[in-house]
Every structure is written in C-alpha cells, then in structure tokens.
Design a protein around this ligand. Structure first.
Ligand SMILES: Nc1nc2c(ncn2[C@@H]2O[C@H](COP(=O)(O)OP(=O)(O)OP(=O)(O)O)[C@@H](O)[C@H]2O)c(=O)[nH]1
Ligand SMILES: Nc1nc2c(ncn2[C@@H]2O[C@H](COP(=O)(O)OP(=O)(O)OP(=O)(O)O)[C@@H](O)[C@H]2O)c(=O)[nH]1
Ligand SMILES: [Mg+2]
Ligand SMILES: [Mg+2]
Lengths: 295, 279
C-alpha cells in the first residue's frame, strides 16, 4: 500500500530532523509510482504529484510528528477532493421527459448499465423508457430487450438493428414516444465506438443534437489504463458529456481511470457498476475509490 | 519521439513517458530504460537517431520476436482442433470467435461454433448472427443451461461432422470470481472427455491497464492459456500490457483485433506493434 511504501521511505530519515527537498522528492517519486501502478494516467499523475509536493513542502509536514502519515493524509485528501469534488446526483429535466444518453467505448458496459439505471429509477417511482439505439452490434436490440424485461421496463425498439435503422431517427422517435406514453425518463443505449472514429462520433453528436439530453453519461471500464485520458478528452470535445459511470468495480482493477477521467475533464463520476445483475448498481463513493487506488 | 537534435535528461523523460503511456507499466518501463542507459553508455551514443534505433531494438527484444505464434487449431488425425475462447467481460471474445471462423472458412476449413455463454442476455443470438454471417453452424443450448454441456455438444458435432475446427465461445468472467473460474475449468475438462483442447485463447482488450497481468495470471492457472488475442488495437491504446504478460507467462500474443468486422483479425506482428508505440 502507499502507506507502507512511504513509511519505508521515511525509515531512512528518522532522527534527521527537518525534511529536505530531496526527501520530499523521493517521497513524491514513491507516490508517482504508486499512482502509475494503479493505472492513473501519466499527465494526471504529474499534475497530482506537483500539487502534493507543494503541500508537502509546507509546515503541515515539516512540523508533523509523523511526516509519512501526514503525507499519506495529504494524498488521500487531494484524491478525494478531485474524485468527489463535484459529485452530485442525476439531474432531472424541469419538464419531462428527462433524457439520459449513454456513450462509451466498445464493451464498457453501457447496455447492461441501461437496465440497471432503468431498474433503479423505476424503484424510485419513475416511469423510465429504454431506447434501443445501438443498431449496429449484432443483436444489441435483443440484448436490451432482455435487459428491459428483467427490470420490467419497456423498451422502445422500432428498428431491428444488425445494420438496419438510424440511431438519430430512433432517438427522436423515442422522445415522442415518451411524451405520448408519459414516460418521465428516457434512457438511450448507443453502440460502443472508438473516440477516434470520426463517423461514429459525428453520429453520436447528431443523436445528442436531435434530442438534447439532460445527462450524457460516459461509461468507462474500471480496468482501462492510460487510454482513459484520450478517450475522455475526445468524447468530451467531440460529443460532450455531463457525468461518468465506472463499471466492473467488482473486479480487482485498481481503477486509476477514475482519477484520470475526472482529472482531465472535471466531470463527476455519478455511479458505480459492481456486477452483471440489475441490482449491482450504486452511487459512486469517492472515499472508497481513493482507498482502492492507494491500496 | 526523439525528434530534437540532442540527447539529455529531457530525452530520457520523453522515452520513459512513451513507454508508460503505452501501458508498459512501471517495472517494465524501468527495466527497459535501464537496458537503454547501459547500451548508451557502452556504445557511447550521443545522437537521437541512433538512440531511436536502439530503443526500437530493445523494445522489439522485449516483445520476443522469435516466439512461436502458430495457431494450433486444425484437425490432428481423428480429432478436430478445439479452440476455447476466454477472458473477462466485454473484451471481444464473441467477436473474435466469429472472426476466427471467417479466417478458417477463407482457408476452406469446416468449422463449428459452440455458444457456451449461456448466461449473458442475447449472447448465443449474437454468436448465431456471426455464424450466419460467416457461414458456419452454431451449437446452442437453452438459456441458463450448463455451459459445459453446450461445449460438449459443439465438440461432439465437430467430431461427428469431421470438421477441422470447433471454436467454443465462453461467457465473460472476472478472474476474481472463484465460482465462475471453477466453471471455466469444468468446461475445459468436460470438452477434454472427447477431444483435447488444442488452443486456449485469452482475449485481452488493448485498453486494459496493469490489471491485464492479473487477468492473464489467473486464467493461465485455471485453463492453461496457449495464446493471447489483443483486441481493439484499432483504437488509440497501445496494448503495452502484453509485454509483461508474454515475459512472465511465456504465452505469445498470436492475433490482434483491428475492428468490428469479420475480416478485422490479423496475426500479431512484433515490428508493427513496436512501431505503433514509438511513432
Ligand atoms: N463483472 C461485471 N461485468 C459487467 C459489469 N457491467 C457490465 N458487465 C459485463 O460486461 C460485458 C459487456 O457489457 P455490455 O453491457 O454488453 O457492454 P456495452 O458497453 O453495451 O458493449 P457494446 O455495446 O459492445 O459497446 C457483459 O458481459 C456484461 O455482463 C460490471 O459492473 N461488472
Ligand atoms: N473497435 C473494435 N471493437 C471490437 C473489437 N473486438 C470486439 N469489438 C467490439 O467490442 C464489443 C464487445 O465485443 P464482444 O465480442 O461482445 O465481447 P465479449 O468478450 O464476447 O463480451 P462478453 O461476452 O459480454 O464478455 C463489441 O461492440 C464488439 O464489436 C476490435 O478489435 N476492435
Ligand atoms: Mg451495448
Ligand atoms: Mg461474448
């Protein structure tokens, strides 16, 4: 753990009196390695370590009884500040329906999440509508229909998919359907796509322009490594998103991607997906995430 | 990389950054940089172009270009080749199974697919679509049925039909789930009651960070993987995690996924992989 690593670094410093800048640099180096091991992206690690060094050079560490512990405390605080800074709940539209658009790389967990989000909102008294706007992945429409059945939420699937139908058109029609059938929430599942795929990014932007989502959520796999930054920045630039959902947190990936994504876009992580079942869904806990990254 | 005209601390930082950004990890990067420093000292290198050549050479060495990357997927005497496709959730197993079938069909081989993911919504439908697209039969079971029995049936069909290859797709599973890993071990054992599994392919997503190493270790322990498929390499991720996976487990990357279509599967080429990292 980071705590162990720093305690070791400081063992050699006992009885030295004041910490020198070199001592601080060695400590920050340990922190940098720990964060990289946890898959935090390099540019975010740099900025984060600079901030920690700044604080570590101050009196809160030089006058501390246990400087190692004080530095760990600083790291933890800074992590939680970033991860939890703008944490908030889902935003609902003033006038229903609230439109939630799901976006992300292939295989991140969007379709599964659509079901969980729908189930969660239904249990809170809402009338969600799931929308099958992934018309490209083989049987994505079937998958969403089954997912919808499992949480007893209707699925709007006017097109069969497997290459047939236009997602922009489906999204537009879904909005009308929700207004007609009095669904107060619309959750739109979309095809996974690479952030560098111009055509598909344009398509996603067109879906957004057609329905004006209240929340566009970037769905990110917790095991993603350095690519988290490219992905988050490009999705934000090309399409724009409001919040993040981190998935597959039931694994043992350290999840540094959480810090990377929030670090470079400033967008909050709203939810955590912790398994394949509809109930494996919870609010994001910044302090737990910080502990996991530093572990 | 290394486009300036002198070699200094900034150069070393640039090299280190490039390797870390490719998901080579801290130990892998540190070790490679150490080797570079030694060579630079020993050979008295001062020009960035030569530095770049050395970096390319050392990175290529660490990807072990002489590893045997052959796929053992074809009929051997009385038994069809049997390929088991495994990995964590969402990495591209089902898609890779379809692409592999396409590759074999293009070489005039007879293939049967086994839809042994009996758990996830529309998993067998997805594989059926792939089977229809590339022109091979798919053996399926009822939803929620025992994956081992579907796997068994698909191999039986392959033997019966005197096919060249049976490719068995399995459900995504996190390596941390003991019950699911036990289930996978059982799928393999049940298949082997009829015919040996000739290839166990671990499908790794190129965007995966250091967790990829843990995934590979556990899957290797449970089902003895013989090859890695590195998918989604058509994105911006470099897939550098495979460097440590190959080194630690001695398992070669055999194939790479370069897209979502049936033809987007290629043989792993060390030089191409290295050039993508340093260019
Ligand atoms: N263990 C675990 N598996 C998950 C989680 N979320 C999703 N999955 C699994 O991850 C795999 C991919 O999920 P999908 O919902 O199909 O992902 P997707 O983003 O819709 O994929 P594309 O539409 O192809 O981009 C499936 O096997 C899911 O069951 C999670 O939180 N934990
Ligand atoms: N761009 C790109 N996408 C890929 C590649 N391989 C698979 N995909 C996409 O990744 C997503 C997941 O692929 P699947 O084949 O369903 O993955 P899986 O491992 O079978 O998923 P589970 O069975 O749910 O664990 C789909 O959207 C695929 O089209 C690849 O090489 N490149
Ligand atoms: Mg999907
Ligand atoms: Mg699959």
């Amino acid at each position: 753990s980071l705590s162990d690593r720093l305690t070791n670094t400081f063992k050699g410093l006992r009885g030295k009196g004041r910490l020198s800048e070199q001592d601080i640099d060695n400590t920050v180096r340990e922190i940098r390695m720990a964060l990289l091991d946890a898959d935090v992206a390099l540019p975010v690690v740099r900025a984060f370590c600079a901030r920690v060094k700044e604080r570590a050079l101050g009196s809160e560490v030089s006058e501390a009884l246990n400087p190692a512990q004080q530095i760990v405390k600083i790291v933890n605080e800074e992590l939680i500040a970033i991860l939890g800074g703008d944490t908030r709940r889902l935003r609902f539209a003033k006038n229903p329906p609230t439109i939630i658009l799901l976006a992300g790389l292939q295989g991140a967990g969007k379709t599964t999440l659509a079901g969980k989000l729908a189930g969660h909102l239904k249990s809170q008294g809402h009338q969600p509508l799931l929308v099958a706007a992934d018309l490209q992945r083989p049987n994505a429409v079937d998958q969403l229909q089954i997912v919808g059945e499992r949480v007893q939420v209707p699925v709007f699937a006017p097109e069969p998919g497997n290459g047939i139908g236009d997602p922009v058109d489906v999204a537009r029609r879904a909005k009308s359907e929700a207004e007609l059938k009095l669904h107060d929430i619309v959750i739109i599942d979309t095809a996974g796509r690479l952030a560098i795929d111009e055509d598909l990014m344009n398509q996603l932007r067109s879906v957004g322009e057609a329905v004006q989502p209240d929340e566009t959520l970037l769905v990110v796999d917790a095991m993603i490594g350095q690519d988290a930054v490219n992905t988050a920045v490009l999705f934000d630039q090309q399409v724009g998103f409001d919040g993040v959902v981190l998935t597959k947190l039931d694994g043992d990936a350290r999840g540094g991607a959480a810090l990377s994504v929030v670090g470079v876009t400033g967008k909050p992580i709203l939810f955590a997906s912790t398994g394949e079942k509809p109930e494996d869904f919870e609010a994001f806990h910044p302090d737990r995430m910080a502990g996991r990254i530093l572990d | 990389l290394l486009s300036r005209d002198k070699l200094d601390d900034e150069t070393w930082e640039e090299i280190e950054d490039t390797l870390l950004l490719a998901d080579l990890g801290v130990p892998g990067t540190t070790e490679l940089v150490e080797r570079l420093r030694t060579r630079v000292k020993v050979e008295g290198v001062s020009d960035p172009e030569r530095m770049r050549q050395i970096l390319r050479e050392e990175l290529l060495t660490s990807v072990n270009p002489d590893m045997d990357r052959d796929l053992d997927v074809l009929r051997n005497g009385r038994d069809p080749g049997v390929v088991l496709v495994v990995g964590v959730n969402g990495t591209g197993k089902t898609t890779t199974t379809g692409k592999l079938a396409r590759l074999l069909v293009a070489e005039d081989k007879d293939v049967v697919l086994g839809a042994a993911d009996t758990f996830r919504a529309a998993a067998s439908e997805q594989l059926q679509t792939w089977g229809d697209r590339v022109g091979v039969p798919v053996v399926r079971g009822p939803e929620g049925s025992d994956p081992a029995s579907v796997a068994f049936d698909s191999v039986a069909a392959g033997i019966e039909g005197e096919c060249d290859t049976v490719v068995v797709d399995t459900a995504g599973r996190l390596h941390t789930k003991v019950g699911l890993m036990d289930e996978l071990g059982k799928v393999k054992r049940v298949i082997e009651k009829q015919a040996p599994v000739t290839e166990v392919l671990l499908v790794l997503d190129a965007t995966t960070g250091q967790n990829g190493m843990t995934q590979a270790r556990v899957f290797a322990e449970v089902v003895d993987i013989t090859g890695i498929v590195l998918t989604k390499l058509d994105g911006t991720a470099k897939g550098g995690i495979v460097v440590s996976v190959q080194r630690e487990l001695g398992v070669p990357v055999k194939l790479v996924g370069l897209g979502e279509g049936p033809d987007d599967l290629a043989v792993f080429e060390p030089e191409t992989f290295v050039d993508a990292i340093i260019d």
